[in-house]
Design a protein around this ligand. Structure first.
Ligand SMILES: Cc1cc2nc3c(=O)[nH]c(=O)nc-3n(C[C@H](O)[C@H](O)[C@H](O)COP(=O)(O)OP(=O)(O)OC[C@H]3O[C@@H](n4cnc5c(N)ncnc54)[C@H](O)[C@@H]3O)c2cc1C
Length: 461
């Protein structure tokens, strides 16, 4: 009986620069077959608060993956089960049925992910299946990036220096090409669960779209990135976050695009590199502190903060009805498109935590349910940064004034007008902080008073 080499896809939904896939194909050169598998586990994702947008992004990427694999002569199977425990059991049953000789996969971080993989690899070992595990979520093995005292980094700047030293010492390997076909192209017809779409999807979600977007961004936009990235009405960022989250594009492909660029020292490219390193830093933290996935703050400085878990405040924030235009515009962009500009994410998050005094974990959960690009490590890092509970976070007394931020980063109100058409007739001065406008909410609370109260509460701790 022909042997089968299994590739277990997770958040690496691409055929280029995919070490696990390339490895399985190299093992199948003697006529063995390669079978790609994805576990569809809705109850598991409910536990992780992954909402419809994230599932929509997976389906989009999986459909493209299925076609690309079929062209390489590789079958693809979507295994539906409730959670990872059952999913792994189903995967092992399939492995037995197809006479699997090897299992290739990429390592993932996070509490449940680590448990899942330990269980799966132990089951595979018991079944006599060879196991091949590769790094993909980060560029360098986190256990190798340590301070002079042999400890983990807790501040991004020295981490970035260590990251760059590693780059100078080891140098980044070039992205792997798509593997050669292992046989003639095949026909496949996988059934995908129905997932509701968003009103507008503005991000590339699958490999084909992501590679085009990466090229476009590097050719046209990246050299203005350092000056444009903070303005939400400008299309000045890569919009690759969802593709990086589900692995339709790889980190190495992004880093290589910068490092091989003739202007690699240009401030635009260097700033983009730094943002990618932030992403990497948050994954590094999750490696070292997997309990972050259990809703624990990195530092428990503010455990005693009397969060107001006030449903009316949370509802107004979620629905874009706080009466603060830049906050409401951001929340409506999120609801319509499953994405929000980074500057606006910081503004809305700080507003929820430090002005409405709602527990940051409720905001984190809402983002997880609403974002196409939800990535546990980056989301948790972003929220803990805003809440001052995280590593290298904004100090508790730094509170963004949403109106000042709005005047500075959306000076002509174009972003606000796009998402709040009821304010479109206001002039550029009024639009950031309007007086009563029919059809638009009045401010939920008084900013200055709430700010003073929050600072007093923090100080008291
Ligand atoms: C409260 C909060 C929650 C966030 N949640 C997420 C999330 O769930 N998923 C997510 O990918 N990003 C998250 N971010 C980071 C950032 O907002 C998005 O990565 C960025 O807006 C995506 O747009 P882009 O792809 O155009 O980014 P670009 O500006 O083009 O940056 C390129 C890539 O670098 C990474 N990146 C950029 N900025 C950051 C950052 N501050 N932290 C971590 N990675 C970064 C992303 O992968 C991004 O795609 C969050 C930020 C905050 C403040």
């Amino acid at each position: 009986m022909t042997a089968t080499h299994l590739v277990w896809f997770r958040n690496d939904l691409r055929t280029h620069d995919n070490a696990a896939l390339s490895h399985a194909c190299s093992l199948a050169q003697n006529g063995d077959r390669v079978l790609a598998v994805f576990l569809w586990t809705p109850e598991q994702w409910d536990q992780h608060d992954y909402g419809t947008p994230r599932r929509f992004a997976w389906v989009d990427a999986l459909k493209t993956l299925e076609h690309r694999l079929a062209a390489l002569g590789i079958e693809f199977s979507l295994l539906e089960s409730s959670d990872w425990q059952h999913g792994v059991d189903d995967l092992m049953a399939l492995a037995k049925a197809v006479n699997a000789r090897s299992l290739s996969l990429h390592r993932e971080f996070g509490w449940d992910e680590v448990q899942r993989d330990q269980y799966a690899l132990a089951c595979a070992q018991n079944a006599g299946i060879d196991r091949h595990v590769f790094e993909d979520r980060v560029t360098w093995d986190p256990s190798q990036i340590l301070t002079g005292q042999g400890e983990m980094y807790r501040v991004v700047t020295p981490y970035k220096k260590a990251w760059l030293r590693q780059l100078a010492d080891v140098s980044l390997s070039t992205p792997l090409p798509e593997p050669k076909a292992i046989g003639p192209a095949i026909q496949t017809r996988v059934h995908y669960p129905k997932v509701q779409s968003l009103a507008q999807v503005e991000l590339p979600l699958n490999e084909t779209a992501a590679l085009i977007q990466l090229d476009r961004f590097i050719d046209l936009t990246v050299t203005d990135y350092q000056t444009q990235r903070d303005f939400p009405s400008v299309d000045g960022t890569s919009k690759l976050s969802a593709a990086l989250a589900n692995g339709a594009v790889s980190l190495r492909q992004c880093f290589s695009a910068v490092l091989q660029h003739p202007k690699r020292d240009h401030p635009g490219l260097q700033t983009w590199l730094s943002e990618l390193i932030w992403r990497e830093f948050y994954h590094y933290l999750l490696y070292w502190r997997p309990e972050l996935a259990k809703h624990q703050p990195f530092y428990s400085r503010w455990d005693a903060f009397p969060w107001r878990n006030d449903k009316a405040r949370l509802d107004a924030w979620q629905n874009g009805q706080t009466g603060v235009p830049i906050v409401d515009a951001g929340m409506r962009q999120l609801a319509h498109t499953g994405w929000m500009h980074n500057r606006v994410r910081m503004i809305v998050a700080m507003y929820l935590v430090k002005i409405l005094q709602v527990d940051w974990r409720l905001g984190e959960r809402w983002f997880a349910r609403s974002l196409l690009d939800i990535d546990f490590a980056s989301n948790n890092g972003g929220w803990q940064w805003c809440a001052a509970t995280g590593v290298d976070a904004a100090p508790y007394f730094r509170i963004f004034n949403p109106v000042t931020q709005s005047q500075r980063f959306d000076p002509e109100g174009n972003y606000i007008r796009r998402w709040l058409p009821e304010l479109s007739a206001l002039d550029n001065r009024q639009i950031h902080s309007p007086d009563a406008v029919p059809g638009y909410s009045k401010p939920l609370i008084d900013y200055q008073q709430a700010r003073a109260e929050t600072l007093a509460l923090f100080k008291a701790l």
